[in-house]
Design a protein around this ligand. Structure first.
Ligand SMILES: Cc1ncc(COP(=O)(O)O)c(C=O)c1O
Length: 349
């Protein structure tokens, strides 16, 4: 099939590979709510082993994984500290308030790294009658709305010390933790060792059609399994979607460096075009945020020009566009994007 468009909207647009589709057709299944879907059990054991944690739970979405973790670690009236551009704060439809009755304490940052002093100063406890108790730190790595930035490992070590000292657990929204690993060489297990729970997505750069994993201690996962049921996420013969997820973990994790490299090429190709504000050095992984200033047109107009040239992207407001690389866009798609951008921004010659 000829590719009609070069789709840089998100790594969620990836479609299952032919091998994944075969695995879906042939999956051995059972009733997973009763614990007897062997393919799901295999996936959960594999995810726990890769992350170096005791247990794992297959959940329908990253959002559900994050919200379950918050629910397990908190009680209504507690407070959680997170970055104000985190997925949990921006895009989970007030889930922490709605599902867990907790208050969020969003903190403004340039890159998802909340200074440890700021976190320390933000921790509250109910020994003061006016205050909620801080029960959870949520971090995001890579950080989507900070352009796929990787959180520095030294920062994560410092946060871990603080978390142990204050007995406040850390939930890592690691939707794209394998992209972080591909960029840094730091294994997902090393990242996980600095958190109490990790959610990662199978349906983004890893290419599985559906699903995310939540990992943590056995006790945490036992509680999480119950919350998943409450939220309607207990699924039955779900081996049909666990089977491609196993392929995602075995194989697709090994190729993410290509997506990261393509994002860098994309950034190098468009930095320097008229009106583009982009430092390719800030592109750590597979997400590229491009800011525009005059003489560049508004992003809606750029979006339309790119679309006419077969390139899809997501405008985030009047002067920022997000491009995401993944296994359904290759180097020639990147070239196509760079060419389309050059034509759009250089104006009539
Ligand atoms: C950082 C991050 N966390 C969580 C999610 C939620 O994943 P899902 O779309 O599977 O609910 C996303 C989705 O884009 C994300 O980018």
């Amino acid at each position: 099939m000829t590719r009609q468009v070069s789709d840089f909207r998100s790594d969620t647009v990836t479609r299952p590979t032919p091998k994944m589709r075969r695995a879906m057709a042939e999956a051995v299944v059972g009733d997973d709510v009763l614990g007897d879907d062997p393919t799901v059990n295999r996936l959960e054991a594999k995810a726990a082993a890769i992350l170096g944690m005791e247990a794992a739970l297959f959940v329908p979405s990253g959002t559900m994984g994050n919200e379950i973790a918050i629910n397990v670690f908190t009680s209504p009236g507690d407070e959680i500290i997170l970055d104000n551009r985190s997925h949990i704060y921006l895009y989970e439809a007030a889930g922490p308030a709605l599902i867990s009755g907790v208050q969020v304490r969003p903190i403004d940052t340039n890159d998802g790294v909340i200074p440890l002093d700021t976190i320390r100063a933000s921790i509250r406890d109910s020994s003061d009658v006016h205050c909620p108790t801080t029960r959870l730190f949520c971090i995001e790595n890579t950080h989507n709305m900070h352009g796929g930035r990787v959180l520095p490992i030294d920062y994560l070590r410092g946060l871990r010390e603080l978390s142990l000292e204050r007995r406040i657990p850390i939930h890592l929204d690691g939707a794209r933790i394998f992209n972080a690993s591909a960029a840094t060489g730091i294994s997902p297990a090393q990242y996980a060792s600095l958190a109490d729970s990790v959610m990662f997505c199978l349906s983004k750069g890893l290419g599985a059609p559906i699903g995310s994993m939540l990992v943590g201690t056995s006790d945490f996962i036992d509680k999480a399994r119950r919350v998943r049921k409450v939220l309607g996420g207990g699924m039955r013969q779900v081996g049909v979607i666990a089977a491609p997820a196993i392929i995602a973990l075995d194989e697709m994790t090994q190729r993410l460096h290509i997506d990261n490299e393509n994002a860098k090429k994309l950034a190098l190709g468009i930095a320097g075009l008229p009106g583009v504000m982009l430092d390719p050095e800030t592109v750590d992984t597979n997400i590229v945020f491009v800011r525009f200033e005059p003489p560049a047109p508004l992003t809606e107009d750029i979006f339309r020009e790119l679309e006419k040239r077969g390139v899809l992207c997501i405008p985030l407001g009047p002067n920022v566009i997000r491009f995401v690389t993944h296994f359904d866009v290759n180097e020639s798609d990147v070239e196509r994007l760079i060419g389309a951008m050059r034509e759009t921004l250089s104006g009539p010659t």
